[in-house]
Every structure is written in C-alpha cells, then in structure tokens.
Design a protein around this ligand. Sequence first.
Ligand code: ADP
Ligand code: MG
Length: 296
Amino acid sequence: MFTVAVVNQKGGVGKTTVVLGLASAASSRGIDTLVVDLDPQGNATTGLGVFEPGRGVDAVLTEERPGGLAGVVEPGGWPPEVGPVPSLAASSPELSVREPQLATDPLGAQDRLALAMRPGLRAAPDDGSAAAPDDRLVLIDCPPSLGLLTVNALFAADTVLVVTEPGAWAVDGVGRMLQTIERIRMRRPDGRPGIAGIAVNRLGRTRDGRYWNEQLREAYPERCLPPVHLRAAVSEAAAQSMPIHALRRPGAAEAAAEFDELLARVAPLNDLTGTATSSPGDIASPETPTFMERSA
Ligand SMILES: Nc1ncnc2c1ncn2[C@@H]1O[C@H](COP(=O)(O)OP(=O)(O)O)[C@@H](O)[C@H]1O
Ligand SMILES: [Mg+2]
C-alpha cells in the first residue's frame, strides 16, 4: 500500500481534479487504486460516479477501529474501459460536523484515519492463510483547510502532493503547508510523510499565470513538479464523472499525459505494478496480469 495525501488549505486550486486525474492515470496502468474522500463537499465521490454513497469514511473516523477502513470501501462508478475502476471511501456531509467533535478527544484524534488503514486494507482470508499483499495505491482528497481532517490525512500518508494555482499568495500558502507537514513529521515515529512535491495546476497561457509559476519555481526550485495546464477537457471529465483517460475530445489526451507524468513523480510505480518494465500497453496483455487478477 502506498498512500498519497493531496493537499492545500485553499479551495478551488484543483486538489480533487488532481486526485481524479491521478486515479485515472493509475487505472490506465492497471494499478488497483482507492480514493479516500475527506472533503465534506464530496466532489471526489461524485467525480468517481458515486451519487448515493454508503457509510463512507466518516464512520471510521467516529468509531476508532483499527483496520476499519476496509469496511466502508465501495466500488467507484467509472466505466471500466480504462483499467481497474478505482474504489472509494466516500465523503458525507457529516464530515464537517465530525471535525469539531474530533477536536474534543482528550487523547488527540489526529491519527484515526491512520489507525483505520492499519494493518493494510485487505482483511485476512477466513481460512487462516496470509492476507494478499496490499499493493494498492491510496489517494486522499483533502478539504480546503488545515484542520483535523487534513491532519488525519497527513498522519496516514506516505507522501504529500501539494497542489496550487499559479496565483497571488500561492508561495505563502505552499510555505505554510510545508511547515505543517514538517510539524507532523516530527511527531511520527517513521518520520513520514515525505513530500512528493508541488503540482502547479491550471497553468494558463496568461502573463499573470506564467509570472506566479515563476515565483513558485524560484521559491521551491527542488520541489516543483511538471505542471498541469488549464484545459476544458479536465473540468469536463470531472463534471461527467469520467476518467480523463476515457474522454474523447480535444485536449483530453494531452491532459491525460500530464497526469501520467505526475503519477510517475508521486508514486513508486514499479512497486505498485510489480513489474519494472510495465507500461499501459503491457498491462492489457494476457502475460502481464493486472493487480486485480493477481490478488484475486
Ligand atoms: N487543469 C484544469 N483545467 C481546467 N479546469 C480545472 C483544472 N483544474 C481544476 N479545474 C476546475 O477548477 C475547479 C476547482 O477544482 P477542484 O479540483 O474542485 O479544486 P479543489 O479540490 O482544490 O477545491 C473545478 O471546477 C475544476 O473542474
Ligand atoms: Mg476538492
């Protein structure tokens, strides 16, 4: 299992869009993916084509049961043509009242999601044999704040992807996020999460966008990843609850390629696909079983 939290304390910068784009890219490579929707607005839930979700992730944050996340995972609603359909731990509106409630826990409630994800997401089989190795990719879509929900994501993540727009105050906002990540690292015995980098999203062709993009690159030269450009196809995919890799319209293939590249920079693809040389083409061939087949 490899877990990526997608964060920014600001709304509308493209966290959900990037989660869905990465899920689509992972699916096209045959990677078994779980999206955890921690935003009460539930845009990743509907973006994955789930309009009447089950209990969702709120239930496991309330119950504090180790390994409990597996019990709320449900299938996503994307068409299966791209690859294995990502599954979902859905959002619900109750998540917004959960956050202030969690804050009253005298033991601290910052690691409830991490606990719910332990020891892995697949339950051991009933016959006593070992559980299948969990080679799944987990993408956590965070709410637009630095509250306890985002903190829970940071305690559960192996790595963090900071998404930002190339706009005014982006450098400050990213800086504050990086400080928060550092504070959490000091508190986690494994020294995680790592920082996958900064993805500049919705980069347009305006002079303003290029200017703020440059500012970010100057401020964080080591951390900036390849950008995701502003394209109508990207918002259309989310609005149609479709993976961008399945959308047939101008700009969709270019956007899909950007998410492919971003995924390669964020997640250890060789570990996740199990074969060092695999490419999306390989996955479909009978000699190279997909994740779902191998772990079935
Ligand atoms: N690269 C992009 N090109 C075009 N539209 C985008 C792009 N990224 C995000 N959007 C649109 O911007 C809006 C906000 O994005 P969203 O992912 O919901 O942000 P967040 O999750 O950070 O609040 C959405 O309507 C989304 O479709
Ligand atoms: Mg969002």
